[in-house]
Design a protein around this ligand. Structure first.
Ligand SMILES: NC(=O)c1ccc[n+]([C@@H]2O[C@H](COP(=O)([O-])OP(=O)(O)OC[C@H]3O[C@@H](n4cnc5c(N)ncnc54)[C@H](O)[C@@H]3O)[C@@H](O)[C@H]2O)c1
Length: 327
């Protein structure tokens, strides 16, 4: 199949694009390089801003595509709080443009646990009502709804995959591909950069007085290669004529911020330089997936997501490429 991967020069998108290509799909990537890197993907590439309907429609008129995997988005909770309009445009308009330009095509959508908001239960499953507490989560919930309405009108099947915290580096790339954002806001790469002396400033731990065992937030870290595998299975599911649905992608096991820092200290052989900082608005104490449905529907479960493997693959990437794709 010829698959369009949007945001395929970004972190999760490029890992998935490489795996799809290895799975005998023909992969076409669109990226506008607002975050992505040319070094992340060396196959067919079109530079384009998906917010532009005319460009998306011209692309659709000259390219035969069998399925869409849509990663392109803005993805920072804090930024979304101060740029809500920009987030609505960035995260909803491309979905509308793609659906209009490619009527009827199977659509795999990058959603997020941020759609759930701050539920007060230990493990989140897909039956929970979506009550996002920030514009980022709200835009993703709205895009899911758009895809649901499109499917209900028989205008195209979809799978929305709600990732928990993506981390680690492509297990097939031997340290040559990994996470590179500028600025980097994610805990695992920030902690590793701190441990390797690449990030001079102190690491901030946002809240040490949460109602958790060690007082820091708990998240479910899912290896980027596990996410990529779920997308390959998701496309197979849709191409096999199976129904649209929504699935969590996580491990079901949470780690606190301090547990992550300890794992990074062990892997880098250093003591991290960190300080306690105030809680951030919109940060729930604990977000852990119930990923039972992903196993039932796709036969998917996390295989690369032990904390050791997440940290080890990411450290390997940061050691080999201290400036990310710029080195
Ligand atoms: N990283 C995580 O932990 C996480 C968790 C849950 C959901 N997600 C979702 O997964 C997806 C990928 O996340 P990521 O961490 O790989 O992000 P990323 O920023 O590394 O990748 C996004 C890519 O999309 C491109 N892009 C953005 N807007 C575009 C536009 N208008 N037109 C064309 N290209 C555009 C960027 O240049 C970038 O290459 C996002 O939709 C994000 O919301 C990520």
């Amino acid at each position: 199949m010829r698959i369009l991967v949007t945001g395929g020069c970004g972190y999760i998108g490029s890992t998935t694009a490489r795996l799809l290509a290895r799975s005998d799909h023909e992969v076409v990537v669109i990226d506008d390089f607002s975050e992505g890197h040319r070094g992340a993907w060396d196959g067919e590439l079109h530079e384009m801003d998906l917010r532009d309907p005319a460009k998306v429609s011209a692309f659709a008129n000259s390219n035969a595509i069998d399925g869409i995997v849509h990663f392109a988005a803005r993805a920072y909770v804090g930024e979304s709080m101060v740029q809500p309009l920009g987030y609505w445009r960035a995260n909803l308009v491309p979905v509308m443009n793609l659906c209009e330009a490619f009527p009827g095509l199977p659509f795999v959508f990058s959603s997020t646990c941020a759609t759930y908001g701050e539920p007060d239960i230990a493990r989140l499953d897909e039956s929970l009502a979506l009550e996002p507490v920030n514009p980022y989560g709200a835009t993703k919930a709205a895009a899911e709804r758009l895809l649901q309405d499109r499917a209900a009108a028989d205008q195209g099947v979809y799978l929305a995959l709600r990732y928990f915290n993506a981390a680690g580096a492509d297990v097939f790339a031997n340290g040559d591909h990994g996470e590179h954002h500028d600025p980097e806001n994610h805990l695992v790469p920030r902690a590793i950069s701190n441990g390797l002396g690449l990030l001079k400033e102190e690491l901030e731990v946002f809240g040490t007085d949460w109602d958790t065992a060690d007082g820091t937030c708990i998240r479910d870290y899912i290896h980027v290669s596990d996410l990529a595998e779920a997308h390959v299975l998701a496309l197979d599911h849709l191409f096999d004529g199976k129904p649209s649905t929504v699935l969590n992608l996580g491990t079901g096991r949470g780690y606190s911020v301090l547990e992550i820092l300890k794992a990074v200290e062990a892997a880098t052989g250093t003591e991290l330089n960190w300080k306690a900082a105030p809680r951030r608005a919109g940060d729930p104490a604990e977000l852990v997936a119930d990923a039972t449905r992903a196993f039932e529907v796709l036969g998917w479960q996390a295989e690369h997501s032990s904390l050791e493997n997440i940290v080890e693959t990411a450290v390997n990437w940061h050691r080999k490429h201290p400036q990310g794709y710029c080195s």
